[in-house]
Design a protein around this ligand. Structure first.
Ligand SMILES: *Cc1c(COP(=O)(O)O)cnc(C)c1O
Length: 394
């Protein structure tokens, strides 16, 4: 069985490209060019030099001794939290801005929920002197004041979206509408392994630098280039896809994904897409999504803004349905508890998203000799108000 994308953009029966007619040309021109551009040595050179000198890669692979003791296995943390802008998202936006440049585009569009992808996009647009327009639901604009101010300082135009629930889904619709009106000069930077082909594959490839580094770093630490387990959280699934990428077909390595159960999988307030989702088309690809019987998308809930997405990248739908990956649903409470645990054991304050992966460590029975690599997708600065409020309540 293959876990890589086929030439039509499918992972098993998930993926594909379901796009409106007016944008078909855009997707088609990206589809026919992206692999050649990415494989061009000059592109690779520029991408990797920015990853090194601008993002700060390679990110460390850190043996967390005290956490290992608590968990009962040898746990390494892949420190994406130490990247410029504080998360893994920058790996992808650096890649896509270079892609946009190569394709002769001058205007960048993005949508953002919590603002993390918006900030990562605005950052690379400042770096490359490109016009940047970020669509964001009005509710999120109010909730994520600091990120909005960062985007503005970076020179981006933030457009508050007032339709629908005024959140991510509505922002995505508006961004698509804008793209339909500017199909020739505009490049759309997607923030995760979601959307129509070739985006999921392109984003996974940009993020695959994570597993490329894990291989080398494990070799140095352990004298073997694979772990027994890989752990990552999944919102859309880009940090997980990057963490798994070079191990997808290596069945010595168990893949564990943590999705957000919110108040509980069966509470009605959850973002556990893989547990609760059914098959359908969302944002241009066939995948699992949270929807009612008649196909209305259900508004997801998680304390963590980055995991609060009603769909999942098609690669993860495939990994879950084939049993290649084990998917654990982690509640808000469990995630916050894991955030405090990591902070107190290792002096690392993780992002709330990453804390879901950390909590999942306690749900797996390890052998003491097992080698585990867990990706800390981001740092917790942005989540301090949430952590403190939670702390005060208890
Ligand atoms: C956005 C975000 C996520 C979720 O996105 P994926 O595409 O699933 O990786 C996870 N962690 C952090 C820190 C984020 O900012």
């Amino acid at each position: 069985m293959s876990f890589s994308v086929d030439e039509n953009g499918y992972y098993g029966r998930f993926g594909g490209a379901y796009v409106p007619e007016i944008l078909q040309k855009n997707f088609e021109s990206l589809r026919v060019q992206y692999l050649d551009i990415m494989n061009d040595p000059e592109f690779q050179r520029e991408f990797h030099s920015l990853l090194r000198d601008y993002v700060g890669r390679p990110s460390p692979l850190y043996l967390a001794k005290r956490l290992s003791e608590a968990v009962g296995a040898k746990v390494y943390l892949k420190r994406e939290d130490l990247n410029h802008t504080g998360a893994h998202k920058i790996n992808n936006t650096v890649g896509q801005i270079l892609m946009a440049k190569r394709m002769g585009k001058t205007r960048i569009l993005a949508e953002t929920g919590a603002g993390q992808h918006g900030v990562a996009t605005a950052t690379v647009c400042a770096l490359m002197n490109m016009e940047c327009i970020v669509y964001m639901g009005e509710t999120d604009v109010k909730r994520q004041y600091l990120n909005v101010q960062k985007m503005r300082m970076l020179g981006a135009t933030v457009v508050p979206v007032t339709s629908g629930n005024k959140t991510l889904k509505d922002a995505t619709n508006e961004a698509f509408r804008d793209w339909c009106n500017h199909p020739t000069d505009t490049f759309y930077i997607i923030g995760s392994v979601v959307g129509a082909h070739p985006y999921p594959d392109m984003v996974a490839k940009f993020q695959s630098v994570i597993s490329e580094e894990i291989k080398k770093q494990l070799m140095e630490h352990e004298g073997r280039d694979y772990p027994d387990y890989l752990f990552a959280c999944v919102g859309g699934g880009s940090n997980a896809a990057g963490t798994f990428y070079h191990y997808l077909d290596d069945d010595r390595v168990k893949l564990v994904e943590a999705e957000a159960a919110g108040l509980g999988v069966d509470s009605g307030e959850s973002a556990a897409t893989i547990h609760l989702g059914s098959e359908g088309v969302l944002h241009g690809s066939r995948t699992l999504l949270m929807q009612t019987e008649d196909g209305q998308v259900i508004e997801p809930y998680s304390l963590s803004a980055g995991l609060d997405y009603p769909g999942i990248g098609p690669i993860h739908a495939h990994l879950a349905k084939t049993g290649r990956a084990e998917v654990l649903a982690i509640t808000d409470d469990e995630a916050v508890k894991a955030a405090f645990e990591l902070t107190q054991l290792e002096g690392i304050i993780p992002a709330l998203e990453s804390s879901h992966a950390l909590a999942a460590l306690h749900k797996v029975k390890f052998k003491p000799t097992d080698i585990v690599v867990l990706t800390v997708s981001g740092r917790g600065d942005k989540d301090m108000p949430t952590y403190l409020e939670y702390f005060d309540k208890k």
